[in-house]
Structures are given as C-alpha cells and as structure tokens.
Design a protein around this ligand. Structure first.
Ligand code: PMM
Length: 305
C-alpha cells in the first residue's frame, strides 16, 4: 500500500503532495513502482496534529480518489470520518482505512456495512493532539492492543460489517512509545490469532528514528529512516514478525517491493503467496466490491511519530 498524503502537514512527506494534481501524479508514480493499493488521506495524524474541517478533508481527497480510481487503481481512503468515507467510496475507493477503528466517528461502521467496502481497523486511543498521553498498558502493550482490537471487531459485527471486510492494524506510533512498537512487531502472531488479515504501518515513524539516534540521542530525521524501514519490511516478509502480514503501508513503494521480492525469493515462495499474501485474491474481491457499489454512491516544533 503506497501512501498518498494530501495534507499540508504530514510528518513523513511534509505537504509535498498537498496540491491534488501533484497527489495524483504521486499516486501514479507509486502504482508504477508496484503498489497494489493507494491510500489517500487528507488528515495528518502525526502526534500533536490538529484536525482539518470536514469540507477541507473532502476537498483534498475526493478529486484525487476519483482520478486514481478512474485509472483502475485499488484506492483506500485514510479517514476517521463517516461522511468522508461515504463520499470516498462513491468516488471509487474500495477500502476505508480508519486509524481510529471506528472510535472517532462510530457512524463510519454503518457506511462500511452499507457499502461493503473493506475496512482497516487500526488500534487507536485518542486524537493526535493528545494520544501519547495514553501509552499506558496495564497488562502490556500486546495484550492491550489485542483486547481493544477485539472490542472493535465486536462493534463492527454489531454494525453489520462482515468479517471478510475486516483488516486489523496494531497502530504503530499511535498511543505507543518506542519500545512498545517493537514489542508489537515481535508478537504479530497475537494479533493474527484474532483471525483477520493484518496491515502494518511502520514507514518513517519515530520509533525507527529513535533506534538510529545519534550520539546525542537525537532521533534520525524522517528523511533518513527509509533504509531501516526497508530492512523491517524484508524481515517481516521473511516471517520475523511471527505472522503473515497482508499489507504494508509504505511511502517509498519501490524499495519495499524490492525487499519483499528478495524475502520471497530467499524463502522460495511467490510474493503474492507470502508477504502480500492474498493481495491478488483480495484484489479481485475488492474489484467485486467496487462493482457492487451503487452507481450514485451509498449515500513551535512538531513532534514526530
Ligand atoms: N499511519 C499513519 C497514517 N495512517 N493507517 C494505518 N492503517 N496504519 C498506520 O500505521 C497509519 C495509517 C501515519 O503515517 P503518515 O503520516 O506517514 O501517513
């Protein structure tokens, strides 16, 4: 999954693709690099971020989704808002990527149930302006994340969302401090035991920067974390997370794709059968979902993650 942030303030790509035309061009470039999915987002979720207005978010993402979906791309919308999810699906998105797992705007679950879109439920506790205050887990981060994602699954089922629509995500960097992210990555099997495909978003995040801190303890800057992210992709591809990862959300698609090719080759498997397991299979399901969609649509210094 390649990231297309249509935001003026994303921590990882700093507003470079804020203009819709540039965002569309960027999405096309990521497709050419081998992305299976394009994740279009209009709200930055870096720690400390304030939220855009609904109208701003819609203006940012809808034209980009329309253009990329018209190209035939599988598009996901990165939003916490029901209204944005609804309009995005009408514009051609087939996946709703909700970093709040339905907690920020519970009506998003009704949109997902009604449209049949795939739904990524990420582990989340609070909005970005205060989320790092919530990084306490009484029974450890793995148990906490698994239990809270299980609650989200119950809410999804109650709203009428089918299990086949659901993907789970540990939410690296969201209400988690450095080591907690590694703990989750070492125990992805505990999440996989919930019985859903997994999505992992580690790309360029601060826990990688902290790992590579300089002698003064300063985290490695965002622009210099890519190699560590690619190494992580290769190792997850090789199974070191102890579970199959259905999807990796990354910024520099080509390098990560190459890493997965290497891991698959070394393991003697086909890429689609390993790290991006089910991508082709799921891709055809997604296309069916899109085809089933009703024509008119269903209705100071900033901290880094
Ligand atoms: N991380 C970010 C945004 N959206 N979505 C999912 N499902 N998982 C993530 O880890 C995730 C996400 C923040 O990163 P960005 O600012 O680079 O987009």
């Amino acid at each position: 999954m390649g990231v297309v942030n249509v935001t003026p303030d994303s921590f990882s790509d700093g507003g470079r693709f804020h203009d819709p035309e540039r965002a569309i061009a960027h999405g096309r470039r990521l497709l050419a690099e081998g992305a299976d999915i394009l994740d279009v987002g209009g709200e930055s979720t870096r720690p400390g971020a304030t939220r855009p207005l609904l109208a701003e978010e819609l203006d940012r993402v809808v034209p980009v989704i329309e253009a990329l979906a018209a190209d035939g791309a599988v598009v996901s919308v990165d939003t916490m808002r029901a209204e944005v999810a609804d309009r995005a699906v009408a514009a051609g998105a087939t996946i709703v990527n909700d970093v709040s797992g339905g907690l920020a705007d519970p009506e998003i679950l009704d949109v997902v149930a009604r449209t049949g879109a795939r739904y990524v439920a990420m582990h989340w506790r609070a909005h970005s302006d205060r989320m790092q205050q919530f990084a306490t887990y009484d029974d450890g981060v793995v148990v906490g994340v698994v239990d809270e994602l299980a609650e989200r699954v119950a809410a999804l089922r109650a709203a009428g969302v089918a299990d086949e629509q659901v993907v789970l995500d540990p939410g690296l960097g969201f209400a988690k401090h450095g080591e907690q992210n590694w703990e989750l990555l070492r125990h992805l099997d505990a999440l996989a035991d919930l019985g859903f495909p997994l999505l992992v978003g580690a790309s360029r995040k601060t826990f990688l920067g902290r790992l590579l801190a300089d002698v003064h303890g300063e985290p490695r800057p965002v622009a210099e974390r890519e190699d560590a992210g690619v190494a992580l992709t290769a190792l997850l591809g090789a199974g070191l997370g102890r579970a199959e990862v259905w999807c990796l959300r990354v910024h520099a698609v080509r390098a990560h794709r190459d890493a997965l090719e290497v891991a698959a080759q070394l393991a003697g498997t086909q890429l689609a059968g390993t790290q991006l397991a089910g991508t082709q299979h799921v891709g055809s399901q997604l296309k069916e979902t899109r085809d089933r969609r009703p024509a008119e649509g269903a209705a100071g210094r900033q901290e880094q993650r």
